[in-house]
Design a binder for this molecule. Sequence first.
Ligand SMILES: N[C@@H](CCC(=O)N[C@@H](CS)C(=O)NCC(=O)O)C(=O)O
Length: 213
Amino acid sequence: MKIYWIKAQAPRKVVALARHLGIEAEFEHVDALAGGLKTPAYAALNPNRKAPTMVDGDFVLWESPAIMIYLCNKVGSDMWPATNLADQVEVMRWISWNDTHWMRAVGNFYFEHIIKPRFHMGAADRDALEKEVPGLLALAEILDDHLAGRDYVACDRLTIADFQLAAMATDWREAEMPLAGYTNIVRWLDGLMDIPAWANPWPETTPQTRQAA
Ligand SMILES: N[C@@H](CCC(=O)N[C@@H](CS)C(=O)NCC(=O)O)C(=O)O
């Protein structure tokens, strides 16, 4: 199996999960700054020209939640509840909530403070983020209330929903997301850092690719 990645939130989930589950994968770093996502060869695998992409034999898959489900199914991990339908929809509820609401709100901060400097895209626009604060706080309140008395987002155990919701929020301090007052969210995010593959997801890169990342 090969997993194509760049140092950003969607590949982070997939790489971390593969490593957490002990899946033997070849982690292929794509040099986005050098146009690696735009080559015809990469576009043939992923027409979105984005990362991650997974190739397992003849099977090619993109979209990080789908790849995470595939990885769990491959090794029978209950981080995706393959057979318990009540748990399955619970995980899907939070993945959907993330993709429609939460990731858009935290994503503004993540982009300005994490992606821009990492990919040499200029300075963070703090003024633009000001108007995003109320929307983020409204969603943070929902998530914080949900996490009261819970260590995980769904099913009372670690699932791919945790990785999906934490992918950008995990960088909340550096990204200046105003989450400090949401103690349940902070406790949950800090708790995920006890997972070695989540805390240190990135595979080794060659000196050449390390420079680009
Ligand atoms: N919905 C996709 C998102 C993929 C995506 O947007 N990947 C970003 C990194 S987080 C990317 O490759 N960006 C590079 C670019 O747009 O040039 C997934 O979950 O896999």
